[in-house]
Design a protein around this ligand. Sequence first.
Ligand SMILES: Nc1nc2c(ncn2[C@@H]2O[C@H](COP(=O)(O)OP(=O)(O)OP(=O)(O)O)[C@@H](O)[C@H]2O)c(=O)[nH]1
Length: 386
Amino acid sequence: MLEQNAVNVTAIFILFQFFFTCLFFREKHCGVKGISSFVLSALMLLLTSIFTLIYANTLNEFYAIALIVSFSSIYYFVIRSFTELLSIRTKRKTERYYFLFAVAISIGTLILTDEVVYGISIGILASAVIPLVYLLRLISNKVRYLDILAERTFLSHCISLILIGYLLLLIVIFVKKVLPIGILQYLSLELTESVNTASLFWGLCAHISLLIAFLIVIYKFKQDELKKVGETDYLTGVYNRKAFFERVSGIHDSNDTYLILIDADFFKKINDHYGHIAGDEALKHIAKVLQGNISKSDLLARYGGEEFIIAVINTDEKKLRVMVERLRAQMESSPLVFNEITIQITLSIGVSKFSKQDILQDIEQADNMLYQAKANGRNQAVYSLT
Ligand SMILES: Nc1nc2c(ncn2[C@@H]2O[C@H](COP(=O)(O)OP(=O)(O)OP(=O)(O)O)[C@@H](O)[C@H]2O)c(=O)[nH]1
């Protein structure tokens, strides 16, 4: 009676899981990141795994096969949704083969083995471990999410914990299966039973932590994404003015810091001759060239219209001049090619020293130098470094 109830309840969880997964992909199709539907489907994974682990040894073969196929697909969908949410999916084509491989191994083992619980354990190993190892690889590969490093590590630990739990469960089953009766009696059945119970308990705890870790990573990731949106210039992808001021105010050692104000020459003509879209592309191109010529610690922002600003940190005058000349020359020698039209872009540059007392005054000084660069004929840099 109890087993039948367990089967019914698990079936309900699985149905709900499919419902929430469909909802997630429907929302994704409509351009919405379905966090709630993902969370609910991950919750269903948790509940299904609890029931599967607890009642695995009470099921007959038919139910076991149905359960393993459903379990494999739940894992596949939850992990796929998670990677979609974080935009870290890479091996799109091979993913589905993992799933098919997992189902094939599970069903094959169930058919070949005479013990259902043994088949289910191999099935769980194949259907859960393969996607979890895949997920572990994906999250450790993505340096892009450095800001959520602690949460990623927590998630990696949860996954490792689940893998160890499964391994233990398998070892217990294998030990029971392969050891001669004499040794089994020596070890005592009770001992293996308690290890079995402990590994079940471990599996449950690990799944609960997996769910919590999923939620924490997604929450942090969303926070991080929102912060980035608020700090980024929508067109060029570099920092916006507000983010620049916030970050510059955090610079403590002002001795080796310089400000570079950059303005595209005759930008109005680009808009007038080639259109506003070409103008936008030109701004993106400028940002790309600038970004490619500064170091990681430097701050690049769009200061306004066709003006950019860079705070060069930890440098000296000589290196600064080399860098500024490189920026100017690189821009001059890499025109934008837009709709098969080559658009020449040059930059006028004003440079000042960062004093930390009054950032606006330092920028004004750079602006004065920029004005001089324009007055001197453009496509050049003018410095005020005292
Ligand atoms: N396409 C596009 N144009 C922009 C954007 N922001 C500002 N501009 C244009 O940039 C041009 C700036 O023109 P001006 O300030 O007259 O300067 P300029 O033509 O670059 O001339 P100089 O600075 O004197 O060399 C204007 O035509 C603005 O419309 C933008 O986001 N996209």
